[in-house]
Design a protein around this ligand. Sequence first.
Ligand SMILES: NC(=O)c1ccc[n+]([C@@H]2O[C@H](COP(=O)([O-])OP(=O)(O)OC[C@H]3O[C@@H](n4cnc5c(N)ncnc54)[C@H](O)[C@@H]3O)[C@@H](O)[C@H]2O)c1
Length: 364
Amino acid sequence: MPKVRVAIVGVGNCASALVQGVHYYASVSEDEQVPGVMHVKFGSYHIGDIEFVAAFDVNRRKIGKDLADAIFIEPNNTVKFTDVPRTGVIVKPGPILDGVASHMRKSFMPYEEPIEPVNIVEELKEAKADVVVNFLPVGSERATAYYANAAIRAKAAFVNCIPVFIASDPSWAKKFEDAGLPVLGDDVKSQIGATILHRAIVRLLHMRGVIIEETYQLNVGGDTDFRNMLAEERLVSKRISKTKAVTSLLPYGGELEEKGRIRIGPSDYIPFLRNKKIAYIYVRGRKFGDIPVKIDVKLEVVDSPNSAGVVIDAIRAAKIALDRGMKGAIIAPSAYFFKHPPRQAPSDEMAREWVEMFIKSTYN
Ligand SMILES: NC(=O)c1ccc[n+]([C@@H]2O[C@H](COP(=O)([O-])OP(=O)(O)OC[C@H]3O[C@@H](n4cnc5c(N)ncnc54)[C@H](O)[C@@H]3O)[C@@H](O)[C@H]2O)c1
C-alpha cells in the first residue's frame, strides 16, 4: 500500500501531538479502538501509512533539527506520551511573513541572517508530498496563502487546521478545483473541545424546544497558541469560525449574533496552564411557560493531543480524495473534522454519517 506523504507547516504543539500519535498508533491492529480516530484503517489507509516527509518552521532552535527532536523543543509544551525515533526529516526554514506577531518574537525566536528561507515548492516536490498540513499561528493570513499556493504548485492536497479561510472561501476552493486538487478545512474541530461540547449543549436545548437567549464560551490556556491570540486583531476569523460553529445549529443563530447575545473566543493567556486549556461555557434559554433554564459548564483538556486524532483522519481523507481525483473543497470530511467548513452539516452525527459515506465513496 502506498504511504501518505505529509509535509507539516509549523512544528508547534499540534505537530508534536500528531507526530507522536502517528508513531504511537502506527502498528495497532485494525479492530482496535483508538480514541479520537474514526477508524484505524480509514479507507485503505492505516494510521501507520502516514509518513512525514517535510517540515517547515521559523524558530531558529527548531530549524536544522530532526522532526522527532524539534517537536519537543521549547516553547512547545504539550505532553510527551511517547518517544519518537529519528524521522530523517530535517525542519527547514520557511518564509516568516505574518506568522510571527511582534509580541511573539521572544517565544517563536524567528531566524535571522544568514539563514534564508528555502524554496517551499521545490522542497514539497522533492519530498513528493501528497498532503500539506497547515499548523501556523492564528492570524497568519499571508503565510497561509503562501503555503496554500505552494501546495497547488507542488500538486499536493491542503489540510487547513487553522482559522484562516481557505477551504470555506469559494475563491480559494476554485483555485484548488482548477488545479485538480482537494482542500479540506478550516480550523480543526478538536475531539472533545469547547466547540463540540458547546454544539452538543446548544443542539440538545434546541431539540428539546428551548429558545436560547444568550451564550458565551470563554477559553484560557498557557501555550504559544493562547499567547499569540492575545492580539485581538489576529482573532477576527477565529471568532467567526468558533461562533458560526454554534450559531449554524440554530434557525435564529444570526439574530443572536446581531443582538450581541453571543460571545465566543480565546479569553486569556495563563502561562502556568501550559498546554492545558480551560473552557467556560454558559447558555441561558427559555423553556415552557417562559421559565428560564441555565447551563454552566467547565471543560479542562490538554489541547494539542485533542486535535491530533482528528487530523490523522483528515490527512487520510485528503489522500483518498487525491487518489480519487476529487478537486476543490471536500465537503463531508471538512464538515466533520473542521469548525468552519464549506458546508456545515445540520448535526455532528450527520457529518459523521457523511464521512462514512465518503469513505465508501458514496458522498463527496
Ligand atoms: N486543539 C488544538 O490545539 C487546535 C484546535 C484548532 C485549531 N488549532 C490551531 O492550530 C494551529 C497550531 O496550533 P499549535 O498549538 O501547534 O500552535 P503553536 O504556537 O504551538 O505552533 C505554531 C508553530 O508555527 C511556527 N511558525 C510561526 N510562523 C511560521 C511561519 N511563517 N512558517 C512556518 N512556521 C511558523 C512557530 O514557530 C510554531 O512552531 C494554531 O493556529 C491553532 O489555533 C489548534
